[in-house]
Design a protein around this ligand. Structure first.
Ligand code: ADP
Ligand code: ASP
Ligand code: MG
Length: 468
C-alpha cells in the first residue's frame, strides 16, 4: 500500500469550526505527500465529560438532564456541520449523530431505572462523543473535496472486557483492519476513525481509558504498518512543563521513549502513556504537533540512544493523589510486608504511582489516586488485621490530597547532584516535600507535595530545565 501516515486529532483539534478547517488543510497537505492517510479523531472537547456527567446524573435519579445535554450536543454538532458542509447538507452525518444522541438518552434512562451506572454502561455512554465527531469530520473533509468515510472503531479494535481500560488484541485487530480499513485506503479514501473505542469479540463496546485516542492512533499505526504516527494537539508538542502552569515552558524538539513514558505516566496529559510502546516496537516515527501551528515547533519521540542533552528536561505534576502509609516498629524484619501490601492494593485494581520505603523499615508509603484511597485503606486493614491487633503495625492512614511532581531527564543519571538542586529549588520556593522516590531507570525523580503547592513546585523546579 505504500507509505502510510496515521494522524490523530485531539478534542480541541476537532472542537470548533476553526479547528476542523485546520484539520482539513492538514489532511490535504498530508494526502499530497503520503500514499495513504488515516485519521483518528477524539470527541469534540468537553463532550466525553458531558456524556459521563449525564450518566452520573441519571444514576442519581435525574430525569431531565440527559435530554437537555443531548439537545445541547445536537446543536453544537449540527451548527458545526452547517458551517462546514453547508446548511442542511451532510444528511447522513446528521442522521448518524441524531441516532447516537437518541441512544445516549435511552441508555441514561436505563441507568436511571437501575439506579446505577456500571463500568460497562459508562463505557457505552462515553463512546458517543467520538461516534459523533467522526461523521462530522468525514463530512467536512468530503465537503472540502477530500474523499473520506467515518469508521466506528468498535468494528475494528478488538479488546478484552476490562471496561474503562480495555486492552487491544492486536492480531484480531489487524485482521479487522485489513478487512475494513485497507480497502478504503486502497481506493484513495481517508478513513476517519473514532479514537478511544473498541469492542469485545462478542461486540460489547469498550473504551481504552480517558485520553485513550492517542492509544488508538498507536494501535492503528501498528496494525496498518504506518511509517509515522502524528498526534495533533493544541500545544507545540511536548513541552518542558504544562504551558498552562508554566507560561515560559518550551517545546522539547526530541524526547526519548523512556523520558516520554515517565512524563506521560506522571501526568503530562499531552500523550497517553500507553501510546508509546506499540509505536516504538514497530520503530515507526512518532510526532506530537500543534493543529493551530502546524509548521511551528513539534516533538519527535526518538529511541533511547545514549546520554541525552540537558540533565533535567521536563517537569510534570500528577494531581489528585494521596499518600497511604503503613507504619509500626514491629514491622522491622517481618518478611513479606511489602509483598502483602502491594498484593492487597493490586486486588483492589488500583495502580500505584509511586512507592517509598524508609530504610529503617518502620514505614512503607505509596501514592494512589485519591478516589481509590478509602478502598485501598480498607483492603490494607483487612490484610493486616492480625498485625494491627498485635500492634506490629501501629497504623495505616491516608494523607490529604497531594500531587506527585516528577522531574524527568535521561541525562540525569550522568549528572551528579540533581536531587540536591531540586530540593534547594523547592526549599527556596517554600514548598514542603512529603516523600521522594527515584525511578529505577534514574531517568526521573518524583516528589510528593500538597495539592495546594503543586503548581508552585512545578514552577520552581522548571527553572532547572536545560533544553539543548
Ligand atoms: P488532546 O485533546 O489533543 O488529546 P489533551 O488535553 O489531552 O489534548 O493534551 C494536551 C494538553 O496537555 C495541553 O493543552 C497541555 O495543557 C497539557 N500538558 C500537560 N503537560 C504538558 C507538557 N509537558 N507539554 C505539553 N502539554 C502538556
Ligand atoms: N474523548 C476521550 C476522552 O475525553 C478520549 C480522548 O480524548 O483521547 O477521554
Ligand atoms: Mg489527550
Amino acid at each position: 500500500m505504500g507509505r502510510t501516515l496515521v494522524m490523530k486529532f485531539g478534542g480541541t483539534s476537532v472542537g470548533s469550526v476553526r479547528a476542523v478547517r485546520q484539520v482539513i488543510e492538514i489532511v490535504r497537505a498530508a494526502r499530497a505527500e503520503w500514499d495513504a492517510v488515516v485519521v483518528v479523531v477524539s470527541a469534540m472537547n468537553g463532550v466525553t465529560d458531558t456524556l459521563l456527567d449525564g450518566a452520573h446524573r441519571a444514576s442519581a435519579g435525574d430525569e431531565g438532564v440527559p435530554g437537555q445535554l443531548a439537545q445541547a450536543l445536537w446543536e453544537r454538532h449540527n451548527a458545526a456541520l452547517d458551517e462546514l458542509t453547508g446548511v442542511g447538507l451532510a444528511a447522513e452525518a446528521r442522521a448518524a449523530i441524531k441516532a447516537y444522541l437518541d441512544e445516549f438518552q435511552a441508555l441514561c434512562h436505563a441507568v436511571r431505572v437501575l439506579g446505577e451506572a456500571s463500568p460497562r454502561a459508562l463505557d457505552a455512554i462515553a463512546t458517543f462523543g467520538e461516534r459523533m465527531s467522526a461523521p462530522l469530520v468525514a463530512a467536512a473533509l468530503n465537503a472540502a473535496g477530500l474523499p473520506a468515510d467515518p469508521v466506528d472503531s468498535a468494528r475494528v479494535v478488538v479488546t478484552d472486557a476490562v471496561y474503562q481500560a480495555a486492552s487491544p488484541d492486536m492480531d484480531a485487530t489487524q485482521a479487522r483492519a485489513a478487512e475494513i480499513i485497507a480497502p478504503l485506503l486502497a481506493s484513495g479514501r481517508v478513513p476517519v476513525i473514532t479514537g478511544f473505542i473498541g469492542a469485545t469479540p462478542a461486540g460489547v463496546v469498550t473504551t481504552l481509558g480517558r485520553g485513550g485516542s492517542d492509544f488508538s492512533a498507536a494501535i492503528f499505526g501498528v496494525v496498518l504498518s504506518a511509517a509515522e504516527v502524528w498526534i495533533w494537539t493544541d500545544v507545540d508538542g511536548v513541552m518542558t512543563a504544562d504551558p498552562r502552569v508554566v507560561p515560559e515552558a518550551r517545546t522539547l524538539p526530541a524526547l526519548t521513549f523512556r523520558e516520554i513514558s515517565e512524563l506521560a505516566f506522571y501526568g503530562a496529559k499531552v500523550l497517553h502513556p500507553k501510546t508509546i510502546r506499540p509505536v516504538v516496537e514497530r520503530k515507526a516515527a512518532l510526532w506530537v504537533k500543534n493543529t493551530f501551528n502546524p509548521t511551528g515547533p513539534a516533538t519527535r519521540v526518538v529511541a533511547d540512544n545514549g546520554p541525552a542533552a540537558g540533565a533535567v528536561r521536563a517537569v510534570t505534576a500528577f494531581k489528585g493523589q494521596c499518600i497511604l502509609t503503613l507504619e509500626g516498629r514491629g514491622m522491622i524484619g517481618i518478611p513479606g510486608i511489602a509483598a502483602r501490601t502491594f498484593a492487597a492494593v493490586a486486588r483492589t485494581g488500583t495502580s500505584v504511582a509511586m512507592i517509598s520505603q524508609a530504610s529503617s523499615e518502620q514505614s512503607i508509603c505509596f501514592v494512589v489516586p485519591c478516589p481509590s484511597g478509602t478502598m485501598v485503606l480498607r483492603a490494607l486493614e483487612d490484610e493486616f488485621r492480625l498485625e494491627l491487633a498485635r500492634r506490629d503495625i501501629d497504623s495505616v492512614f491516608s494523607s490529604a490530597e497531594c500531587a506527585v511532581v516528577t522531574v524527568v531527564g535521561a541525562g540525569m543519571r550522568h549528572t551528579p547532584g540533581i536531587a540536591g538542586r531540586v530540593f534547594s529549588a523547592l526549599g527556596q520556593a517554600g514548598v514542603n516535600v512529603a516523600a521522594i522516590a527515584q525511578g529505577s531507570s534514574e531517568c526521573s525523580i518524583s516528589l510528593v507535595v500538597s495539592a495546594a503547592e503543586a503548581d508552585a513546585a512545578v514552577r520552581a523546579v522548571h527553572a532547572l530545565v536545560e533544553v539543548d
